[in-house]
Design a protein around this ligand. Sequence first.
Ligand code: IMP
Length: 206
Amino acid sequence: MMQRLIIATKNECKINEIKRFFEEVAINGERPLFNILSLGDVGVDLDLEAVEDGATFEENATKKAIAVWKALDDENCIVLADDSGLEIDALGGEPGVDSANFMGRETPYQLRFDKILDDMRNVPYDKRNARFVCVMAVVIKSEVSTFKATIEGKIVDKPTGCSGFGYDPIFCVPEFNCTSAELSLTQKNKISHRGKALQMVVEHLK
Ligand code: IMP
């Protein structure tokens, strides 16, 4: 029987990216190692937002992973939690660890873009550096390990593209010369903070 791997998030976009990543690991010659399940699939209904009160991505990813692992009460499950965000140098690292709550959790991203781009209207191209950060926490047999990855890019001056989620439309990936909202899921997973962290997770799980 395939081992169960539970994704400790309620963010459907993250779940999509993570599931696609594991599907494509299989396509690239390796076997599908895990039965990838969401919290809904295993009937866990936790308020994960309440758990995310740490000061770092590592802390929050670890807290979410442990909370779900405890709720599952099954030694043999692997739990994977993602904590991520966007750091913009010209804004002193904002929105950072609190990216999901920046200007309020329910605030439409278009309004957040308006604010960020307005705050940066006088910032020249060479000072528009930013990065997406992702920390994955994995729990296996009560042992937690974390894996951190980033992707460096630039904040554009006009939101572009409609794929992806969150801040993707304002983040330009220099390698592709487009925003991450203009990339396919497969392309994004190959180069993104999340894709790179997942690559480390897979090495760890092997
Ligand atoms: P978390 O659920 O606390 O980890 O919040 C992550 C937040 O960071 C998301 O809600 C997005 O606002 C932002 N974020 C993380 N990863 C990405 C990404 O791949 N693209 C765009 N925004 C992201």
